[in-house]
Design a protein around this ligand. Structure first.
Ligand code: ADP
Length: 292
């Protein structure tokens, strides 16, 4: 497998590459990850089962989209494919280092700049994955419909298949039918989004520049990325302040934040089980109380 990956990296970069060392890198949730290097170059390689190749192809495209936008650094994808019955994705290796002074602010400003990059419509040309779950990106008529059908509706249907019936489905269905109420006077443009921006998916390179990685890219309401940065923590107050200064938020964000994070909590319910059921139901109840 590794010889084949070396050849693919050589072909993709136009320079012969034979890895002298390959070391396993921890920290990922989904894939086996490795640092491979010769004396001149270093790459980051993810490995999974062969049927996961579409996930890697979509990740590579998403990274390409972020790199092309030029607002914030992300690893450049090198190649993806099948090697000896395994799917692989090779990308630029980033030398991460501890954040320096002003790092949080810079992350906020760069993310705000990325969110100024607009796509043609809400959605994306490829489906991808959020965690290990399929994330459907086919465009919809408008943002409210996109969020209802491709995001919350999709996760609620998965939850029903996973056996979560009852209150979750009843109240979830009510919420979907009232979704337009969260968007009165608010029609967000389709911003380029990271899509899975929790605290484990950003860092800083040796020059101190922020880097985002492991995205679930699509175009949509920038508030969704912001909401996720607040869901599990890990982003400093300086990040939030700098983002808002560069690109102020609509007052309705206060309520929509929960609507957007509900998608991730439902995804956690579907991936990790019933521990997230009470949280999802609580969020739905709160949202119903807001929309009347
Ligand atoms: P997974 O897809 O399994 O969730 P991640 O993309 O989150 O894997 O990567 C796992 C860890 O590897 C990250 O937490 C980060 O520390 C490190 N990492 C990710 N991408 C790179 C990269 N391009 N170069 C160097 N290290 C990386």
């Amino acid at each position: 497998m590794w010889n084949f990956i070396d050849k693919e990296i050589s072909a993709a970069t136009g320079t012969e590459f034979f890895a002298a060392t390959r070391s396993s890198v921890g920290g990922g949730c989904i894939n086996s990850t490795y640092r491979v290097e010769d004396d001149a170059r270093r790459f980051f390689v993810k490995i999974n089962r062969a049927e996961r190749l579409p996930m890697f192809d979509a990740e590579a495209e998403g990274l390409r989209e972020i790199v092309a936008a030029g607002a914030i650094r992300a690893p450049r994808p090198v190649c993806a494919g099948i090697a000896a019955d395994c799917a692989f994705l090779a990308m630029e290796y980033i030398n991460f280092s501890a954040p320096g002074k002003g790092a949080g602010e810079e992350l906020g400003r760069r993310l705000a700049a990325m969110h100024q990059v607009a796509g043609p419509r809400h959605g994306w040309r490829l489906d991808n994955t959020i965690g290990a779950t399929l994330q459907v990106n086919s465009p919809a008529e408008n943002w409210a419909e996109f969020w209802r059908e491709r995001r919350l509706g999709h996760q609620l249907a998965l939850a029903a298949r996973n056996g979560y019936q009852g209150v979750l489905q009843r109240q979830g269905g009510r919420l979907l039918s009232k979704l337009d109420g969260f968007f009165a006077g608010y029609a967000p443009p389709p911003s380029l989004l990271h899509g899975d921006l929790w605290g484990g998916n950003f860092g800083f390179d040796r020059a101190g520049a922020p880097v985002i990685f492991d995205p679930a890219v699509y175009y949509g309401d920038r508030e969704t990325d912001l909401a996720m940065t607040e869901l599990f923590g890990g982003f400093p107050p300086s990040f939030h302040a700098a983002y808002r200064e560069a690109f102020p938020l609509d007052p309705g964000y206060r309520v929509r934040k929960t609507l957007y994070n509900l998608y991730h909590i439902l995804n956690h319910l579907n991936l990790f089980g019933g521990g997230y059921l009470g949280e999802a139901e609580g969020m739905i109840a709160l949202l119903l109380s807001e929309v009347g």
